[in-house]
Each structure stands twice: as C-alpha cells, then as structure tokens.
Design a protein around this ligand. Structure first.
Ligand code: TNX
Length: 538
C-alpha cells in the first residue's frame, strides 16, 4: 500500500521516492552561507529537543548531511520566489535549497512536518526518520498572516512567541499584533508614560456576551509589553523569518488612549472600556493628536523592524466630530465637505508620519471611505466586495473577509460551543475558501490574514481553541495552489495534523466538537447567539 505523506500546507509538487532516511546517520547540518547559520542552529535545536539527535552546524563538511543551500539570483523580499524552496531527501542526506533565506525557513517547516509528530515534542519522543521525497514548493500568496488581538485580553509574551512558532510550522510569514484598542493599550511608549500607567489597565470586564448585560466581574485586567519584550518578540520572529507587524489603532477605538490623555479627545474621558462594542470616542483632529501619533509611531518604529506599520482606522464613528467645533474649524480650513473626510485627514497625516519613518502604512478598509493615499495597503475585513473596491482604487490588499477569516466566530451550530461573538465559520467553510475573489487582479492581492479578535477569549487556551485547527486549514488555503488543494483536500490531511497539534500541546477544537471543559456550559461562558449579518456589498 502506498504510504500517506500528509503535510499542511500541501506543497506544490511532492514526489514520494519510497524508503526512509535516518537523520542519525548524517554527520552535520551544513550551512555554507552565513545568512542561514541561524536557521541551521534552530533546526539543530529542534531535532535535539524532539528526537535527541544532536547535529552540529558546519560551514563545510564532506560526508552525508543536511545541507542548506542558497542558490541563484536573490529574489526581492515578500515575493513568492523568496519563499520557494526545494527539499530532496535521499539515502545520502537532505538537501534544502532556496534562492532566499526565507525559502530555507519554509523548507525547514516542511522538514519538521515530515518527521514523526512526536518530534515536535519538547523532549525526545520520536526517531529522527523522514520519508525520501522530492518537494518543489512555493506559496500561492505572498502574505499569509495571523492576527492576534492582545488588546481586548492581554496575553503573555510567551504565548506570542508560541504563536510565532505555530505560524512558522504552518508556513505563514507574518504575525500581526493588534496592540491597542478601547479595552487596553499594550505597548510601552517612553514619551507617553501614561499609556502604560493608565491606558493598559481596566477596572473590570463584562461578564458573558456584552449584549447579554449580565454584569461585570469586578476583576482588574491589564498588562503591556515593555520595549525589551517587544525586541524579543521581533527577534524571535526574525530568527524564523516571520515578520511581526504592529498595529496602533487610531483615531477610533481610543477609549484607553483617552483615559490616559483626555485632552486628545473632547476632554470627557470615560475610562478604559470594560465592555465590548464600537464606541463613540475618537481623537479630536488637532495638532496635539498628530503629535501623539508621531510619538507612538516613532517608538514603534524603533523596536519593530517590519517595513509596515498598521494604523488601524476601522469603525470610526463620526458622531463626536459632528458636534465638535474643532472638527468644524478643521473642515472649514481644509475644505473638507463631509465629516467622514476628517478620518481621511488623519489617514493622510499618519501615512506621512509613517512614511517619514521609512515604513509603509496598512489600514483597515474604512480608510477607503474618505479616500486614502494609494501607497497605503488596505486590510480588507468586511467582505470580498471591498477587496475589489480597494484593488480598483489602486491599493495593495490583505484580505481577511469576515465570513471566512474571522476565527472569533462560532465553529459549529452545537449548543456546546463556548461563548463567541457571533457568526458561523466551521473548518469546512475555511477549507472551501477561494482566497482570490473573481475579477480581482491577483497582483493587487498581497495575500490573506486570519483574525483572532479576543473579546471572548480571556486566556491563551481560549485563543488556541478558536485558532486550531482552523489556522492550519487557512494556511493551506493561503499557500497551496488550487490544483494542489483539489488533488489533496486539506480536510483529508487534517486528522494526521492533529497529532502534531497534540504533540505541541495546543488546546485545539477536536473535529467532533469541544471537550467537556472547552464547552460553554450553562453559565456566562454559555453560547449566546446574536444574528450576524455580512456587510452589504455597498
Ligand atoms: C470588527 S475587524 C472589528 C473589531 C472586532 C471584530 C469582532 C475590525 C477591523 N474591527 O474591533 O473585534 O469586528 O469580530
């Protein structure tokens, strides 16, 4: 019987040569190029941990080995060519070649999946054997990211590092950190100390679904990453060739900012939000608000090395600006006809600030509503009609359409599902997703992102339940070609993959439904349904 080689994502070309290679018979990991030495040592560490095999890294070595080789002209960063790799496992060793170190990083992720699942454990639990295969692989989309919301519920630095590792294993290449929102500010900004003294903490949190009005828990919640934490997170990503994109959400979603600096709004700060929803409070369109943004972007640019900074821009109600003499004066002075244009004024200013720091802006699709400079990348979240709208307006797009990529939505119709915000996005729906909408120039689509908004995910285990296994399926959708997906449906590979998630100790949702302790129960974690309506196409 033909053996099953089951990988997620599915590589573009995989040929099974038959037989196995025991890595213990090899003498070294050879990495002649200094740019791949770090990856070689990472691979060595991981092999040692999960299998007990200790291979040293050498620049040159003649015997049988794992060889990491860079060859050919160097492709630009963030291209599918940069992540392409060839992995050949033969009797005499393992050859991993790529034109860019990013490709080597992706190939190592595949090699780790070729090992027995036990090799992903933290102590030796499997033999270091891999099937002999020839793989030629490259991603379909250039940008494949997971968004983690550490603002609604703060998560430990260790959890963020773990999510970077998981992104790596699934051949994603970006982790987007949602660092600020109404319910908390999670990043140290030395020039604005009240952000961490005040804006990072809330007095309590709504119990159950915000709309159920079941009261508050009376328990303070908070936390933030210091600059040292963030440098570690960024370096951890860099070692694995995962880009860490920071998001600072302005000028809406600013209840926490205004709790610390009420003078940036109407002066009547209501405190850091203790419940969830879209709030009226926004920054006033003043020079002081722009100076604040500049301080924050400057601090962020010092610790994050990604060529992108996400400026948020979603769900910005205009109610306060409609009543504000400051906004009226700005509109008059700048010839802004509609109040929605005040957001566009902010967007232009932020693009200027971020560009001056040598980075490109990403903003949520609402930045299109009042018009945004075309160099801004648009993170489309509402639905695929906005992908087309953004692309037609000349923007590059990262698509996270709510119906497919929102992993805060319910995973089944069962009454046992734990409390979620709304919606229904089972793993089958993610598996069926065609990420390039019809009529959209694939060149404008940078890629896709799945999102883990954490209103109803207080702890890391809650995030894991929502993320897995949907994230694995998402990674397949983002990486694999339509032909590869059709030839080997991801749902047929998923059960084998769960053994890897088990080895990693991830609290995923079993395919048959939540484990008893993952269920919502009848209390405040119980399922609460409210109708979810997709955003109209416009
Ligand atoms: C909309 S998606 C939001 C978030 C919420 C999310 C919940 C986006 C840019 N804004 O503030 O957390 O829905 O699904």
């Amino acid at each position: 019987m033909q053996r099953r080689i089951s990988l997620i994502p599915q590589p573009q070309h995989l040929a099974d040569a038959g037989g196995e290679t025991d890595l213990a018979a090899l003498g070294a990991i050879v990495a002649p190029d200094p740019e791949t030495t770090g990856l070689a040592w990472l691979l060595s560490d991981l092999l040692a941990r999960g299998t007990g095999l200790r291979l040293s890294v050498q620049a040159a070595y003649d015997g049988p080995a794992v060889r990491l080789r860079l060859e050919g002209p160097r492709p630009a960063d963030l291209t599918t060519e940069a992540e392409a790799y060839r992995l050949r496992i033969e009797e005499g060793g393992v050859d991993l070649t790529a034109a860019h170190p990013d490709g080597i990083a992706r190939g190592i992720a595949t090699l780790r999946q070729l090992l027995p699942a036990g090799a992903l454990r933290a102590a030796p639990a499997a033999r270091p054997v891999v099937p002999r295969v020839a793989i030629e692989d490259a991603p379909r989309l250039r940008w494949r990211s997971v968004h983690v919301d550490v603002a609604r519920h703060f998560q430990s630095k260790d959890f963020v590092l773990a999510m970077i590792d998981r992104a790596w294993l699934h051949r994603l290449n970006v982790v987007h950190l949602h660092l600020t929102d109404d319910q908390g500010w999670r990043v140290e900004v030395p020039a604005r100390p009240k952000l961490t003294e005040t804006a990072s903490w809330r007095t309590e949190t709504v119990v159950g679904h915000a709309l159920a009005e079941a009261g508050f828990d009376g328990t303070p919640h908070g936390g933030y990453y210091t600059l040292e934490d963030l440098r570690e997170i960024v370096a951890y990503g860099r070692e694995r060739h995962i880009m860490i994109v920071p998001e600072i959400n302005l000028p809406g979603h600013t209840r926490a900012v205004l709790a610390a600096y009420p003078e940036l709004g109407t002066g009547h700060g209501k405190g850091v939000a203790t419940t969830f929803g879209v709030f009226e409070e926004v920054l006033e369109p003043t020079e002081a608000s722009l100076a604040f943004a500049r301080d924050v972007f400057t601090a962020v640019a010092e610790v994050f090395d990604a060529p992108f900074i996400h400026i948020g821009g979603d769900e910005v109600p205009t109610a306060q600006w409609e009543r504000s003499p400051v906004a009226a004066e700005l509109m008059e002075r700048e010839g802004i006809a509609e109040v929605r244009g005040v957001q566009a004024w902010f967007t232009r200013a932020f693009v200027e600030q971020v560009t001056a720091l040598g980075r490109r802006v990403i903003g949520w699709d609402e930045i299109l509503d009042g018009g945004a400079p075309t160099e801004a990348v648009v993170g489309v979240w509402r639905n695929e009609a906005y992908v087309k709208k953004a692309a037609d307006a000349g923007h590059q797009v990262i698509a996270s359409p709510e119906p497919y990529a929102y992993f805060d939505h319910y995973q089944s119709e069962s009454a046992d599902e734990p409390l979620s915000i709304h919606g229904l996005t089972p793993v089958e729906k993610v598996a069926a997703w065609e990420p390039v909408p019809p009529g959209v120039d694939p060149e404008s689509l940078l890629g896709v992102q799945c999102q883990l908004w954490s209103e109803y995910m207080p702890f890391a285990r809650d995030v894991e339940y929502r993320a897995f296994p949907r994230l694995a399926v998402f990674a397949d959708v983002a990486w694999a070609s339509p032909e590869a997906r059709a030839a080997s449906p991801v749902l047929e590979r998923l059960e084998d993959h769960l053994m890897r998630l088990d080895a990693l100790g991830i609290a995923y949702r079993p395919l048959e439904g939540p484990r008893p302790w993952q269920r919502g129960g009848t209390g405040t974690r119980g399922r609460f349904d409210r109708p979810f309506e997709e955003h109209p196409a416009e």
